[in-house]
Design a protein around this ligand. Structure first.
Ligand code: NAP
Length: 306
């Protein structure tokens, strides 16, 4: 079986930074990415809080630059899903499709995915008006009316983005105060196309062929009201892509790995970087930091094997 020093699973900002650092440290490294590099950052319209880009940078452009930088120093990228990760005596067996390889160390950087709300109509209308990605689907709703569910950074940022296309965007939030950063809140309050619907939750998505309305419930009074919309964008947080790890390390209720700042999981040779790790702030800037720290740990671990 082919043997590598390091396998990185996931090509978002954390994985790509790990790839860059590992390649520069002359580790024989392979990085697995199942789709386009860049992870969630690549489906973000514009990133304004990553230092070095005073005017901001488009998410896909930043992702391409990170990927090019890692490859420039020799990080090989395999575009494939990893199906299985197994601990073995001499490292970790990675199965991808019909192929296998053995990695002495592994950095898991598979990130997180949007959470589903689990309300009536959500699944049924997914792709027919219900979406979790404004960058991907926003342009389908030119001059339409939209509801964005949630009050965090993602909900507010994407609601503002959606006003580029839509005539009206409701932000439906379960409390009377947004969780999002103050600068985003102010932009939403100042945007004439955005209307806040406070203390309300989504009860049901309704429609025929496509979404036609949302049924909302006021959590204080229990009162229900139906609003006509063309689309619903749901941003109620994320959960970890940690399936590969579930038999190897301890996970929290949302599937995040309880690793500390040093990214070590407790399993020798296995590290987690980026959004997958339980941490107080999930941003590109904290993901890239994890990627670099994880490689420093891998280097120490590999030299301890010699
Ligand atoms: P988040 O910060 O966890 O916010 C989730 C929002 O959804 C909260 O407002 C929450 O309400 C609401 N919510 C959760 N469960 C709900 C339910 N069952 N029904 C109704 N509402 C519900 O998640 P996020 O906005 O996806 O962001 C994820 C991470 O990425 C965060 O760390 C965030 O800072 C980061 N991020 C940053 C940026 C940026 O810096 N520009 C952009 C996007 C994401 P409560 O407030 O009442 O809990």
């Amino acid at each position: 079986m082919e043997i590598r020093d390091l396998a990185i699973i996931g090509g978002g900002p954390a994985g790509l930074t790990a790839g860059l650092y590992a390649a520069r440290a002359a580790l024989n490294t392979v990085l697995f990415e199942r789709g386009m590099p860049g992870g969630q950052a690549a489906s973000t319209e514009r990133i304004e809080n990553y230092p070095g880009f005073p005017e901001g940078i488009d998410g896909p452009e930043l992702a391409i630059k990170m990927s090019e930088q890692a490859q420039r120093f020799g990080c090989e990228i395999i575009y494939s899903d990893v199906d299985k990760l197994e601990r073995q005596e001499k490292g970790f067996k990675i199965t991808y499709g019909e192929n296998e390889l053995l990695a002495k160390a592994v950095i898991l950087a598979t990130g997180a995915k949007p959470k589903f709300l689990g309300v009536k109509g959500e699944k049924e209308f997914h792709g027919r008006g219900v979406s979790y990605c404004a960058t991907c689907d926003g342009a389908f709703f030119r001059d339409g009316t939209l509801a964005v569910i949630g009050g965090g950074d993602a909900a507010v940022e994407e609601a503002i983005f959606l006003t580029k296309f839509a005539a009206k965007v409701y932000i439906v939030h379960r409390r009377g105060e947004l969780r999002a950063a103050k600068i985003l809140q102010q932009r939403a309050f100042d945007n004439p196309k955005i209307e806040l619907v406070w203390h309300s939750v989504l009860e049901e998505v309704k429609g025929g062929q496509k979404v036609e309305s949302v049924l909302l419930k006021d959590v204080r009074t229990g009162e229900k009201k139906e609003i006509a919309v063309d689309g619903v964008f749901i941003y109620v947080g994320t959960e970890a892509n940690s399936n590969l790890l579930k038999d190897l390390v301890e996970l929290d209720a949302n599937g995040y790995v309880k690793a500390q700042e040093d990214t070590a999981t407790g399993v020798p040779g296995l590290y987690v970087a980026g959004d997958l790790r339980k941490k107080p702030l999930r941003q590109v800037v904290t993901a890239v930091a994890d990627g670099a720290v994880a490689v420093a740990q891998v280097e120490k671990y590999l030299s301890s094997l010699e």
